[in-house]
Design a protein around this ligand. Structure first.
Ligand SMILES: Nc1nc2c(ncn2[C@@H]2O[C@H](COP(=O)(O)OP(=O)(O)OP(=O)(O)O)[C@@H](O)[C@H]2O)c(=O)[nH]1
Ligand SMILES: [Mg+2]
Length: 298
């Protein structure tokens, strides 16, 4: 379809930097160029007239992250769910799942921790570890894009009308899982570098896909930097995965940041061995990163 023929309301299904692909309400698809000042995200609802993008509708559930330079980058918009994908190989950066779950809680997204490559021998141990840390915060599922194991869990997660996004470091198999869920899809997938053990950043643009059951799932390019965006220290203290059971018991101070405060229920649980010290250390590391961002006024 010629760009100038495109009119109506639609959703952004892929972002190519200077242009976006749209799925219009009439069912047609097409591409429109963006003007320099226009910023849209995959999942945004937009209005197009004669090939010109005229308006972006207000969005809910916008996932963003902070990269290693402190810049805020949007991942996708109008989300209901977040799938944090990891695998025994390549390993995910420390704290990646924590950041994803805090973001999901802050945005009200239904989170899944997706351990892929169940066919590899180390996957069971990784699944057990993830379940131990995160099952109070999210369903932790073990899947294999290669064998198809566990994919029904993902289909059930994205019910009709619900939109999810996959995030995860390059090479964990996000695109492979989408290909396995949608047999007609043929997203490029990459090899893992034998020397570095890292993925090769095969996916370069986020793309939105309709699943057979009526839900939607967005594939994204792999990233490692998942710095917090628009999360306050108080929210982090309330949302950090693994502290759930101890927050009900209430710290003495309502604005307790679980650092050194007297009467802190989280610190008491760490003392008693109910929260592993390593989980509390992960929390403190994320908290100081967040406080630094606040201090810098970003
Ligand atoms: N053994 C095994 N390998 C898998 C599985 N899923 C994906 N892979 C392999 O992992 C590699 C990376 O897969 P991709 O789907 O490209 O990973 P990705 O997360 O989309 O990576 P980026 O697009 O770079 O972010 C490929 O070589 C896949 O064949 C799985 O379930 N089991
Ligand atoms: Mg990919």
């Amino acid at each position: 379809m010629e760009a100038s023929d495109i009119s109506g309301e639609g959703v952004v299904v892929a972002h190519y930097g200077i242009a976006v692909a749209l799925r219009l309400e009439c069912g047609k698809t097409g591409r429109v160029r963006l003007r320099r000042s226009q910023s849209v995200r995959v999942g945004d609802r937009v209005v197009v007239e004669a090939g010109i993008l005229e308006a972006v509708r207000p969005a809910h559930g916008v996932l963003s992250r902070r990269d290693s330079h402190g810049r805020v980058r949007s991942v996708a918009a109008n989300l209901d769910a977040l799938g944090i994908v990891l695998a025994p190989r390549p390993a995910s950066p420390l704290g990646f799942v924590d950041r994803g779950l805090v973001a999901a809680r802050a945005l009200g997204l239904e989170a899944r921790v997706v351990v892929n490559k169940a066919d590899l021998p180390e996957a069971d141990a990784l699944h057990r570890e993830m379940s131990a840390h995160y099952s109070a915060a999210a369903d932790v599922v073990l899947v294999s894009a290669k064998t198809g194991a566990g994919l029904d869990d993902l289909r059930a997660w994205l019910q009709p009308g619900r939109r999810g996004v996959f995030v995860g470091t390059s090479g964990v198999g996000k695109s492979s899982i989408l290909n396995a869920l949608l047999p007609d899809l043929d997203l490029s997938v990459g090899e893992i570098n034998e020397v570095s053990g890292l993925g090769r950043h095969v996916t370069s643009t986020a793309t939105l896909h309709q699943l057979g059951g009526g839900g939607e799932l967005i594939d994204t390019p792999g990233f490692r930097d998942f710095g917090p965006v628009e999360v306050s220290a108080a929210e982090l203290a309330a949302f950090f995965p693994g502290f759930e059971d101890f927050l009900d018991r209430r710290c003495r101070f309502r604005d307790c940041l679980h650092r050194t405060e007297p009467g802190c229920a989280v610190l008491a649980a760490v003392e008693a061995g109910q929260i592993p010290a390593q989980r509390h250390a992960a929390y403190l590391a994320l908290l100081s990163e967040l406080l630094e961002i606040v201090e810098l006024g970003r």
